[in-house]
Write a new protein. Structure first.
Length: 248
């Protein structure tokens, strides 16, 4: 999965403030647990940009992803940063850790890529089983407003140094699915451009659905937070963060 996409992912995300985002996740974990966690598993870790920052902050990190290509990039990044992280190729719907985690994370739209209620519920059940009693689950999603009203059936084009993208979305409003057909033009070392395509699909889960599925998995103290703040969502947020706790 994502063999070619892994090579351009970091270039696509170069405007993301990973330092601020990793600090926000650290704050979410501490606030939910009431203490600083030690063992943390990050699902859908991708190329590990958040994983390595959290490891540098002192957390014992395990990065989990289904894509071997993404994990290779993450391992390279961890070596470059000089941090020790374990990386595991696993389907997060069947997450299985060797030791219970203090916290499980799923970052950067990972839950949106679970494109059915059944898949989302399977992940929440697996995360619950992977946590120690009292452990925390923290994740973020692109909101239904963002996926359906902003991205929807829209077409986007973008060009940056060495990479151009053409991005056509198709919205299935009945099933709350957005299919993203993206064509990439990536400059090679010899100056020529290589063209490849990716198709991604995300589901626009509602806040009410996510709350119900988390509670159905056994979690308590479920909270939805707007954007990168610590307050409840205010109006039409583009991104929501969720926290939940496994009973002690």
């Amino acid at each position: 999965m994502y063999d070619e996409f892994a090579g351009v992912y970091d270039a696509l995300m170069d405007d993301c403030d990973y330092d601020a985002w990793s600090a926000h996740y650290a704050a979410l974990m501490r606030d939910t647990l009431g203490e600083t966690p030690r063992r943390v598993a990050e699902c859908a870790c991708g190329t590990g940009s958040l994983t390595v920052r959290l490891a540098r902050a002192g957390f014992q990190m395990t990065g989990v992803d289904l894509s071997a290509a993404m994990l290779r990039r993450a391992e390279e990044k961890a070596r470059a940063w000089g941090v020790a992280c374990a990386f595991v190729r696993q389907d997060m719907r069947r997450l299985a850790l060797t030791r219970p985690a203090d916290a499980v994370l799923c970052t950067c739209d990972g839950v949106n890529y679970l494109t059915s209620p059944q898949d989302a519920r399977a992940f929440f059940r697996a995360a619950y089983a992977a946590l120690r009693p009292g452990g925390a689950l923290c994740f973020d999603v692109s909101s239904r407003h963002k996926l359906e009203e902003t991205l929807g059936d829209a077409f986007f084009g973008e060009e940056r140094d060495g990479l151009a993208t053409l991005w056509q979305n198709r919205l299935d409003r009945e099933r709350h699915l957005v299919t993203m057909d993206v064509t990439f033009f990536a400059r090679e070392a010899d100056g020529r451009y290589r063209r490849f395509r990716e198709e991604h699909c995300q589901r626009a889960h509602s806040e009410e659905e996510l709350r119900a599925w988390l509670e159905g998995a056994g979690f308590e103290r479920v909270r939805a937070l707007g954007g990168m703040g610590m307050d409840a969502p205010a109006g039409e947020e583009d991104r929501l963060h969720f926290t939940a706790r496994k009973p002690a």
